[in-house]
Design a protein. Sequence first.
Length: 363
Amino acid sequence: MTDSTTNAAPAGELAERVLASAVATIDLLSIALGDSLGYYRLLVRRPLTSPQLAEASGTDERYAREWLEQQAVTGLLNVADPTAAPRERRYSPVDGVTEVLCDGTSLDFLAPLARQLAAAGRQLPALATAYRTGGGVPWSQFGADMRESEADLNRPGFERLLVDDWLGTLPDVRSRLAGAQPARVADIGCGAGWSAIALARGFPTIVVDGFDLDAESVELARRNVADAGMADRIRMHCADIATMRTDLRYDLVTALECLHDLPFPVESLAAMRGLAGAGGTVLVADMKVADAFEAPGDDVERLMYGFSLFVCLADSKSTPGSAATGTVLRRPTVERWAREAGYGRCTTLSVSHDLWRFYRLDP
């Protein structure tokens, strides 16, 4: 006989967890919506009523009012007088909103994360088809919001940490890039170009070549490079380094948060080794997950499996014959791939980062 009292407790706990997840999902979607419409950026300037927010943003007042009320109920906005008439209530952000949801230079900037997940959610029908057929959903299909939010999320780290903190763990490489003789850097998986721009700004004599599989990302990178006034030292290429041929050699080759996305990772690492030549170094940054599968896992592991389910695995499987790695790239796998690609040494660097682990690969 089943003890219904015993079974009720786990079911109730799970129901509470699902409900809490639903509330958190609504928060993320409301953040994505407010970020896309520019609501937060307007509210950090001065408190606004719903008619004022609607006029300033070019949106409908009734929608703006509902969003403001939800944001106050969920604790992201203050309301000066809750008893005022709905159209007269004045709203302002709570402490922290500026840094986390508005400041694109802050290391705590997370509004793009909400936009990324919203963009992934729009592809659920295509993902369901891919799961049934074994096919994929290419990165390009996720659209501009996914592409741009990914770039916005990574940009603060590139601009504030790449040159001094991350490359600070490679003093010999950093010295070479800062030297009087011009050095060359290859930035694999360059995305929107912010890592290449940060490197070129930090080392005024270097030349950077960026490579990415996604043509629209390369076009976005070229615009960002031009806007930064660095088109003379940064060139962007739409190319698969696993198959391209070049005689160029580089002092540093970077692959920052892209190795798990590459369809042919061992071949790509071998190509990076070729680009670095005998005297160059390869720097890889990828996910800071556990070294072995464990269940249950921590929040980082849960987040990475989420991205794998809804973005990275499907993107990888859109290429026939892909390794289909997914987001959860563990350290032993990186080390094995490095050996298979012909590297003599793969060293984990002492870089402090919540989500990424850094590797130095030498011939």
